[in-house]
Design a protein around this ligand. Structure first.
Ligand code: AMP
Ligand code: GLY
Length: 448
């Protein structure tokens, strides 16, 4: 038996645990910040164990991993990677399939990521500037005529970025927010990244990387805004979908290849700059624009919810992929996926994301969900005496699969209806009408 360590406890990590446990030779050991009932069940089933503790404390994680005879680890969330948990595990002699702190910098330092692209001539980089002085920031915003995105440099749990026309009503609002980021050191540092606002449709491209070779996953589109019709405040992501051929209804094969090329160049640039190899999952968030795919950001991990779409469709053994990533022997075609579409919808507490109503019991008809071919991953919930209760963040990721996105969407909706309680979700994600609008929007931008 192989003892595998997973660090993290969200729905994304539940999806990783599910995929890992398809290999009967693996025992799952999970180090979690809070008890995820789905991961706990998989630890039990695989004869593994779990521990609740501070997931960012590398020393504690490594101590427990050694005591359990762990041979391979996957620390998953962004904060854990920034805290250097991978570095601590490696110092303890445990192999990892995730990036060391310096490599994860591509996510936790937005200024670093942009400079890497600029200095090594990686295409797809919008016009940007990095500022420490309020006046210089203000004059850059004016030079972009207010068409700007204001980004704190560090991690803000997806809530620090503000976009003109979406969260910032005009040039003055953008200047005020840039000043606030500098004064309050939002994101951990008195520095702000300002970027040209890109217009188009966003998509996610994820890849497994051993530092030399990338093995790509199907494209996914996430939906960050809270309410139906792309309205309301930002969230961690309300749901996502993928298409049976690995592309998206508004992304061509050539555009996808271009995005892949950008990601290959980024890991090559990282090696040139640091002499280190980027090992781990590389997440590229792109905006498909009139000029082709442009980079919004890179993450050093799976997306949440995007991990649920792709890992549910993974045909290859995830443990072997992780092993090859850690040993630098990954092949381009090592990750194979079912040719099916997927739709994931997040059930979230009433009041989310402004003021969630917490501690509400959920009645889950598991039989109905299983019978329809749908699946669920637990996120921010807890279990008490056999009943699942909500917490303040996203509760459950519900996934449907099918020959087309629309078939998968109906299955996901049916499964959402099989969960009762004080929760809601976005009904529009993956529907024909909504996707048609995206396609029309891209046609309007004259890229076809
Ligand atoms: P991030 O935290 O960098 O993923 O940014 C959050 C959201 O802000 C993204 O999902 C985009 O919708 C938006 N965004 C970030 N950068 C840009 C940009 N340069 N142009 C347009 N939208 C952007
Ligand atoms: N779904 C966006 C993210 O994981 O960053």
């Amino acid at each position: 038996m192989k003892n595998f360590l997973l660090v993290g406890n969200g729905a994304r990590e539940h999806a990783v645990a599910d995929a890992i446990c398809k290999n009967n030779g693996v025992r799952l050991f999970a180090f979690m910040g809070a008890k995820n009932p789905g991961i706990v069940a998989l630890c039990d089933k695989s004869n593994g164990e779990y521990l609740i503790g501070d997931i960012c404390n590398g020393k504690e994680v490594a101590k427990w991993a050694i005591s359990k005879g762990v041979s391979l680890a996957f620390p998953s969330p962004d904060a854990v990677l920034e805290a250097g948990v991978v570095d601590a595990l490696e110092r303890a002699g445990i192999k990892c399939a995730a990036p060391v702190r310096e490599a994860a910098r591509i996510e936790w330092d937005k200024a670093y990521a942009r400079e890497l692209m600029r200095d090594f001539g990686v295409e797809g980089c919008p016009r940007f500037g990095i500022f420490e002085k309020e006046e210089e920031a203000a004059s850059f915003i004016r030079s972009l005529k207010g068409k700007v995105v204001v980004k704190p440099v560090g991690l803000t749990g997806g809530k620090g970025v503000r976009v003109a026309g979406v969260h910032l009503k005009d040039e003055e609002a953008a200047i005020l927010y840039a000043k606030e980021v500098l004064q309050k050191k939002i994101g951990g540092k008195a520095q702000v990244v300002l970027e040209e606002k890109l217009e188009g449709e966003e998509f996610t491209l994820q890849a497994f990387s051993d530092g030399k070779t990338l093995s790509f996953m199907p494209l996914v589109q996430d939906h960050k805004l809270a309410y139906v019709g792309e309205k309301g405040p930002n969230t961690g992501g309300m749901g996502s979908y993928s298409q049976e051929d690995g592309l998206l209804p508004f992304v061509t094969d050539a555009q996808c290849e271009k995005a892949k090329g950008i990601m290959r160049k980024v890991i090559a640039a990282f090696e040139k700059k640091t002499s280190l190899r980027y090992r781990g999952v590389l997440y590229g968030q792109f905006m498909l624009t009139k000029k082709g795919p442009m980079v919004i950001e890179f993450n050093a991990r799976f997306g949440d919810p995007e991990a649920m779409n792709v890992l549910s469709l993974l045909k290859s053994d995830l443990y072997s992929i992780f092993e090859k990533m850690s040993s630098g022997t990954l092949g381009e075609n090592d990750a194979l996926f079912e040719k099916k579409a997927s739709v994931c919808k997040y059930l979230v507490p009433e009041g989310y994301p402004i003021k969630s109503i917490t501690d509400q019991p959920l009645k889950i008809d598991e039989g109905k969900i299983r019978k329809s071919g749908a699946r669920i991953c637990y996120a921010s919930v807890y279990e008490k005496e056999g009943i699942i209760y909500t917490q303040s963040s996203r509760s459950i990721g519900v996934m449907g699969f099918g020959k087309t996105i629309f078939e998968a969407e109906k299955i996901a909706e049916g499964a959402c209806a099989a969960v009762e309680g004080k929760i809601w979700h976005r009904e529009d994600i993956g529907t024909r009408e909504f996707i048609q609008k995206k396609v029309e929007k891209m046609k309007g931008l004259l890229i076809w």
